[in-house]
Design a protein around this ligand. Structure first.
Ligand code: MOS
Length: 705
């Protein structure tokens, strides 16, 4: 049962349109519609704002600016992503596109037209919008130092010392950020696209100054999150304030473009990677200095420089981060935070080192395996990176790799192979789930965990069915309401680990309760329920977080993977095409082979995207995103993703939890991006260190034939 590649239990609802996403809910009646007007400058103040034309327009119910918006909690500078987020409480503009006015009208079109009729003038001020050496503060943060990297660099046989740049990324899930807020009898219900409902409910309550027990968040179906639906954003706050004022449900859906301004981003980064090795390919030193953008408002820091801390052995190590405070908006978690940019550049540097040493890049990685966390000095549980590398190499045909760059031509295509390692922390956090047995044979699983397209509905049913020995069809899973038992939502790839453990524990609790009255060795679970618990029986299961469970200090727990990529680069035009790709991953026990494979493949596609496509470009004059829409912010399409496969090793990591399962949501992407970059180098002999690898960066270096 556990591990079986069961199709999604919510699949039929989704393909028939019966799974209602937040903006489709109508049980509260027809909502009014809101629209946000965003700032047209990147720094400064609103000098004047005239809403009289908008207020006079048809259907308009409310127009708010900083002059008349309701009182809210005070702004917290450097706030965490689920802290209070007051809206329209100041005339100061923190970044381009930040809300300056809000309109509610009978229809979306009326609201948008009225917002466009608001006359705003600004006092623009200079801002810092460009990530470079001039904008960086001198002090280092989050420094981890072992041994003496400088000495290793000075005395080793081969070194790499290279600077790489990664751009701004946005999560941009398919479903837009959407909320219907409904104030009724002093209670606020938010139907909102969210990854972490209970935390969001608390943050909304704290922002609009009502009791936390006066808010319920419901995110039953979410069309992708990728980190963008963790933080509290304006759509929740403004719709909540408006429904309370108007006593009507209020719907607020951000436009795709507002998904680039009202929602945060992955910061751009500049990394200096230093590697030192002896002639036989043993790393003597590992260094990663990252300069990342941070925001004056938010506190989220992308862990770019930290990805190599447990990846390879080396006696001398230094990883640290500098912060460039820029006015380009708030940083938030975006698909594989840290690993996507961090591994992309680090695994590129490993490839550069292999080239210098004349060692196969696969072999270089294998030679530097470690069973011990090199910085925490404790065992790495479930460390199977080398198996991922070897298994992948065998299946992919790595021995067919061109050994010299730019040496294989297939028609007009230069062919190259690349490999990249993946590593991602496993996080177990506190979570609860309730399981209820009805006398009629129904099992009900309840937790506030969300299913953001990842498969929670399905694996939750599988785990309960397996624990109780009933068919999956007998299990009803209720998710994503903040009044259900609290967990930590979907984020950090921890959702399925937390949720499965607490569901299994609840089921074990139920079996114990029944065993106590029925004796062990009963035959029919539900016959005993009917006999002894005619009103049904329920139990709550708890997952203990890593901070509360001392045994977690005995190991460092990660997931691992290796991605192999073959590219063709058009020798005339510089166009890069993925020809095939294979990822092999070790992520503990797999709960559902089908949804797991989908997660891994999805991650790998984002890896392709980071290597070749994605970059949000900032206008240096005002911090606006010049390509902030889906016409110009490139992501891979079907035509960009040909034959691609992901395999999970048969695995079990008892250090993670008693089910042996670890997170997989973000594992697929990090090493994949590096493997693409390395394949492009192998094909062309051109090393692009400024991501993404686009035609204009490749073309000048292509061999002339
Ligand atoms: Mo993930 S970027 O923590 O949803």
């Amino acid at each position: 049962m556990i591990g079986e590649g069961l199709s999604r239990t919510d699949g039929p609802l989704k393909v028939t349109g019966r799974a209602l996403y937040s903006a489709e809910r109508r049980e509260m009646g027809e909502p009014l519609h809101g629209f946000i007007l965003g700032a047209a400058i990147g720094q400064g103040r609103v000098a004047s704002i005239d809403t009289s034309r908008a207020e006079a327009m048809a259907g308009v119910r409310l127009v708010w600016t900083h002059r008349n918006a309701p009182p809210q909690a005070a702004i917290i500078p450097k706030s965490d992503i689920l802290d209070v987020k007051p809206q329209l409480t100041t005339d100061r503009i923190a970044h381009y596109g930040a809300p300056v006015a809000f309109v509610v009208a009978d229809t979306f079109e009326q609201a948008r037209a009225a917002a466009a009729a608001i006359d705003v003038s600004y006092d623009a001020a200079p801002g810092a919008f460009v990530l470079d050496e001039a904008s960086v503060a001198p002090e280092w943060h989050d420094e981890s130092r072992v041994g003496d990297l400088d000495a290793a660099m000075a005395s080793s046989d081969a070194t790499v010392d290279a600077v790489y740049a990664t751009p701004y990324h946005f999560s941009q899930p398919m479903e837009l950020h959407a909320c219907i807020a409904d104030w009724r009898n002093g209670h606020l219900t938010l139907h909102i696209a969210s990854q972490m409902v209970a935390q969001l409910a608390d943050a909304v309550a704290d922002t609009i100054l009502i009791g936390r027990d006066c808010v319920t968040v419901d995110s039953r179906f979410v069309g992708g999150g990728f980190g963008a639906k963790i933080a509290l954003h304006a759509e929740a706050i403004l719709s909540a304030l408006a429904t309370r004022q108007l006593n009507r449900p209020v719907q607020l859906v951000l436009t795709r473009r507002q998904g680039f301004t009202v929602v945060g981003h992955r910061p751009a980064s500049i990394s200096r990677v230093r590697l030192a090795a002896s002639r036989d390919g043993r790393l003597t030193g590992i260094g990663h200095d990252a300069n990342i953008q941070v925001s004056p408002e938010g506190n989220w820091k992308e862990g770019v420089a930290t990805v190599a801390r447990a990846l390879y052995a080396a006696p001398h190590r230094l990883t640290r981060t500098r912060h460039s405070t820029l006015d380009t908006g708030v940083c938030e978690p975006v698909r594989g935070p840290g690993e996507v940019p961090g591994l992309m550049v680090f695994e590129s540097a490993m490839d550069e080192l292999a080239e210098k040493l004349g060692i196969d890049p696969l072999e270089l990685r294998i030679r530097n395996d470690t069973a011990i966390d090199p910085e925490k000095n404790r065992p790495l549980s479930g460390r199977r990176l080398v198996e991922c590398l070897r298994e992948g190499a065998a299946r992919f045909g790595w021995d067919q790799r061109p050994t010299r760059p730019a040496s294989r031509l297939d028609g007009r295509w230069l062919i190259g192979y690349g490999v990249g390692s993946s590593i991602r922390g496993h996080y177990q956090t506190t979570a609860e789930a309730r399981v209820r047995l009805e006398p009629d044979g129904q099992v009900i699983v309840q937790t506030d965990m969300t299913d953001i397209g990842t498969g929670t509905y399905t694996i939750a049913a599988q785990v309960a069915a397996a624990a109780l020995g009933v068919p999956v069809a007998q299990v009803r899973v209720e998710l994503a309401r903040s009044n259900l038992p609290r967990g930590n939502g979907a984020g950090g790839s921890w959702g399925s680990g937390n949720t499965s453990v607490s569901i299994d524990r609840a089921c074990q609790g139920l079996k114990e309760k029944i065993g106590q009255v029925a004796g062990i060795g009963y035959n029919d679970l539900f016959a005993e329920v009917r006999r002894h618990f005619p009103a049904g029986l329920e139990a709550v299961g708890t997952t203990l977080g890593m901070d509360d469970e001392p045994s977690y200090d005995n190991f460092s727990i990660f997931t691992y993977g290796a991605t192999f990529t073959e590219v063709g680069v058009d020798v005339m035009t510089g166009e890069t095409r993925i020809r095939r790709m294979l990822g092999v991953f070790s992520a503990g026990r797999i709960l559902n082979a089908k949804t797991a494979r989908s997660q891994l493949i999805g991650g790998m596609i984002w890896g392709i995207s980071a290597a070749l496509h994605e970059a949000a470009h900032v206008d240096p004059r005002n911090g606006a995103w010049v390509n902030g829409d889906f016409a110009e912010y490139l992501v891979p399409t079907h035509a960009d993703v040909p034959q691609i496969d992901a395999i999970a090793l048969d695995d079990f990591d008892g250090a993670a939890n008693h089910l042996g399962a670890k997170g997989i949501g973000e594992l697929g992407s990090g090493g994949t991006a590096g493997s693409v970059a390395n394949a492009v180098y192998n094909a062309t002999g051109v090393r692009v260190r400024d991501f993404p690898i686009t035609i204009s960066k490749l073309l000048p270096g292509l061999p002339k034939i």
